[in-house]
Design a protein around this ligand. Structure first.
Ligand code: SF4
Length: 358
């Protein structure tokens, strides 16, 4: 029984036949996730856990971990963690500093990715497998354990398309949000999707409290298809209808991620296409500079970006530039590929108990 894989109701189903009260079940759950116990013995000896329950856990439970292969810190404070999973494959997570106050963690949901977005290094790896719930949660557990500031948000924008690992990512998000789990606000948990329409529709229908961010990148279908092959399976009109539904049901602006590529999608016609596509749908646009280590796609010049922002005023929607940090360590959006280069290798807590002051 893997304690990191169980939701609170599942844990309750296991422990209540032993006479564990709902409070005891919550204590066990909190020992694993809120307090980040390192061993089953630590969970079994948590305060208020009766001996009978503790003995059962020692006999039947396990607490597996990903192995941290390396931590690399960039000049802008982003730290990339490279993990090896005992189930096979390597994934990465990124610790993102927010105003010297808190961290947001960007996690992976799959080993590799099937969607093959042309500017993305993860896409070039191809799809290997879905991560299990515990492998997603362990990325957060391990990064949080070394963090010198609180973790207030988790974004599923690392390796993989989270909506193609629907069940496990939702299970992980439920533990992240649980007050006895990680206690992260639902609206501080975001799934980024390249536009898998059936999964978006299902997500909207089911009414989850987390946010979706939609990678659009061009509202001109031919251009979008050049960089996002998913356009051929789930074309823009379908995606836009799914976004409309999401925004209407939730009564919120849909977050549109727009990867800004020099000389490609930053003209007046691109802004006009966005306006036409999203007419009547409340949106906010996040502009993200492309980071493509192959050099095929270049980030916009300041002049290009500024001109595009001017063009985007016709949307009458909020437009923000999202900083995609950690470029020199391969931590920026689209560059996660289980690589080891750049930045400063940060020693683990075995040699240094905390990352404070590094
Ligand atoms: S951008 Fe996201 S969906 Fe596209 S290939 Fe990369 S990981 Fe997959």
């Amino acid at each position: 029984m893997n304690l990191k894989q169980l939701s609170l109701p599942e844990l309750e189903a296991v422990l209540s036949p032993l006479g564990a009260s709902p409070t005891v079940v919550r204590k066990v759950f909190a020992a694993v996730f809120a307090h980040g116990a390192r061993s089953v013995d630590e969970v079994a000896s948590a305060p208020q856990v009766p001996r009978r329950v503790g003995d059962y856990l020692k006999a039947h439970a396990e607490l597996p971990s990903l192995q941290v292969v390396e931590r690399r810190k960039a000049d802008d404070g982003f730290v990339k963690y490279l993990f090896d999973s005992p189930l096979g494959g390597r994934v990465e997570a990124v610790r993102i500093p927010i105003f010297d106050e808190k961290y947001v963690i960007c996690v992976s949901s799959q080993v590799g990715c099937a969607l093959a977005c042309d500017f993305c290094m993860t896409g070039k790896l191809g799809f290997k497998r879905n991560l299990q719930t515990w492998e997603i949660l362990d990325q957060v557990l391990q990064v949080r354990a070394e963090a010198d500031r609180p973790v207030r948000g988790v974004v599923f924008m690392g390796m993989g398309e989270p909506l193609l690992n629907y069940k496990e990512t939702l299970r992980a998000a439920d533990v992240l949000r649980n007050p006895s789990g990680f206690s992260i606000a639902g609206d501080a948990i975001t799934f980024s999707t390249a536009g898998h329409v059936p999964a978006i529709r299902r997500y909207t229908r089911e009414g989850h409290p987390y946010r979706l961010a939609f990678s659009v990148t061009s509202a001109i279908p031919e251009k979008r298809a050049q960089v996002l092959p998913i356009e051929k399976t789930h074309p823009l009109p379908e995606l836009i209808e799914a976004i409309r539904e999401y925004s209407t049901v939730r009564r919120e602006r849909a977050m549109i991620a727009y990867v800004a590529i020099s000389g490609f999608n930053l003209g007046r016609e691109d802004a006009e296409a966005l306006k036409a596509a999203f007419e009547g749908i409340p949106i906010k646009v996040d502009l993200i500079d492309v980071t493509d280590p192959t050099g095929k796609y270049l980030p916009p010049t300041p002049e290009e970006l500024s001109a595009f922002r001017d063009h985007l005023q016709i949307l009458k929607s909020p437009v923000a530039r999202r900083y995609s940090g950690g470029k020199e360590i391969g931590a920026a959006c689209g560059t996660l590929a289980a690589t080891q280069y750049g930045g400063t290798v940060v020693p683990g807590p075995a040699r240094e108990p905390s990352l404070s002051g590094t």
